[in-house]
Design a protein around this ligand. Structure first.
Ligand SMILES: CN(C)[C@H]1CCc2nc(NC(=O)c3cccc([C@H]4CCCN4C(=O)Nc4cccc(C#N)c4)c3)sc2C1
Length: 408
């Protein structure tokens, strides 16, 4: 077998890689194993021949049963995040489940590729790492770093965040966005919910479902306004529907909202209704107010105004250096080079490796037990096809080990 095919089989980014090919066999047998289809001889024989292969694969590949579910620590539109412990290694992870049926029903089954690829390939201390991605008939699973410090929403509820604290978390957010933009992605939903605290107190970006790749000019053409109302930039709002272009500056707008929220305890444009909130964002020149009863420095006000401005005047449009040079970040505790080694404002107190005290307790039990999965379709509709190639492991596959053995 010539060399470059072997390369493709082993390259986690190649659609030809072994995991994708195995996903294909499993998906095909799963989608064909319908009574109505099994009446056809070819299908009946194929499924009978490959069912044993699929069963063997299910045993050999990573699956849900390799993990012990400890607690549900988060919920999102299409699933939940569980704290789990790997049965063999005893290591603790955050495992995100995304329900295939929900995605198929709302024909929304492509957003998870960015999440998978960014966390798999980032190799950055600012981005939550993906250890494994796998799937079964009902769910996609993302096995990621557990971030025991919880998210910054929780931290802002627990503590009064001073300018000193705001300087630290904003600087870490800027570095994290730098890493993500450097990979060619815009986040589009930057908010404290997506900033998680690790055991040392430093933050990482998480939840990349709204990310989108920039083109070679560093812009994105897409019409759907994605993101959370309070943090969404005017240019994304204005261009809803039309095909407009926007760039990484949309994330810098959200940084401005985040700084305001850390210092004032509320977001600048939020009003009782969505329509009013949008109207305030569109009219930010007039609606942005700094409450008199909270004293903040002129540098902080200036920085907030520089981010919460129209895109042609927004700080960061000429590159991240002009953000880093802003006087608000001047301090005696860290420099941009030493930031990741500086002592964070809050170091989570943890009693054990599975301590979930920094997450709010989830009342209802896991969706996994209560989801009944697809009702049997009437004919072949390729329910499993959109998910082929999702499976990933950051460990060497048996073939890689073999190849490395042969090479050296
Ligand atoms: C509209 N279309 C286009 C898509 C736009 C983007 C998108 N994102 C979705 N996302 C979800 O359905 C989802 C599911 C579970 C948890 C979470 C987050 C929200 C709550 C916590 N969370 C999360 O990812 N937590 C997390 C992540 C990593 C580590 C740790 C830890 N410790 C915790 C999100 S559904 C969907 C539709």
């Amino acid at each position: 077998m010539d060399e470059d095919i072997v390369e493709k089989l082993l390259d986690p980014r190649s659609p030809l890689n072994v995991e994708s090919l195995l996903d294909t066999v499993v998906a095909l047998v799963t989608d064909l194993k319908l009574p109505v289809l099994m009446r056809m001889k070819n299908i009946d024989l194929f499924v009978k021949r490959y069912q044993s292969v699929v069963d063997e694969l299910a045993k050999a590949r990573i699956s849900y049963k390799h993990f012990k579910q400890l607690k549900v620590i988060g919920r999102g539109a299409f699933g939940e995040v569980q704290l789990v412990r790997h049965v063999e290694t005893k290591k603790v992870y955050a495992m995100k489940l995304l329900c295939k049926e929900d995605m198929m029903k709302r024909s929304d089954s492509a957003f998870f590729w960015e999440e998978r690829n960014i966390m798999a390939h980032a190799d950055s201390e600012w981005i939550v790492k993906l250890h494994y991605a796998f799937q079964d008939e009902k769910f996609l699973y993302l096995v990621m770093d557990y971030m025991p410090g919880g998210d910054l929403v929780n931290l802002m509820q627990m503590y009064e965040t001073s300018e000193k604290w705001t300087r630290f978390y904003t600087a870490e957010l800027i570095e994290a966005l730098c890493a993500l933009h450097g990979m060619g992605y815009i986040h589009r939903d930057v908010k404290p919910d997506n900033m998680l605290v690790n055991r040392s107190g430093h933050i990482k970006l998480a939840d990349f479902g709204t990310c989108v790749r920039m083109n070679e000019n560093g812009v994105v053409r897409c019409s759907t306004a994605v993101g959370t109302p309070d943090y969404i930039s005017p240019e994304v709002l204005r261009n809803q529907g039309q095909d407009a272009e926007f760039g990484r500056e949309v994330d810098y707008w959200s940084v401005g909202v985040f700084i305001y929220e850390m210092l004032y305890g509320e977001t600048p444009f939020f009003k009782d209704s969505l329509a009013t909130t949008y109207a305030n964002i569109m009219d930010h020149e007039n609606s942005l107010k700094f409450p008199e009863d909270v004293v903040i420095s002129e540098n902080a006000k200036h920085l907030i105004r520089s981010f919460l401005s129209s895109v042609d005047k927004r700080l960061g449009r000429n590159g991240v250096q002009e953000i880093k040079a802003h006087p608000f970040f001047k301090n005696n505790d860290w420099t941009w080079e030493t930031l990741r080694n500086a002592t964070p404002p809050v170091i989570p107190e943890l009693r054990s490796d599975d301590d979930t005290s920094h997450f709010e307790v989830m009342t209802t039990e896991s969706r996994r037990e209560t989801t009944d999965g697809f009702q049997l379709p009437r004919t072949f509709n390729g329910n499993q096809l959109p998910f082929i190639g999702f499976t990933y492991s950051n460990e060497l596959s048996p073939i890689q080990k073999l190849k490395n053995g042969l090479m050296n």
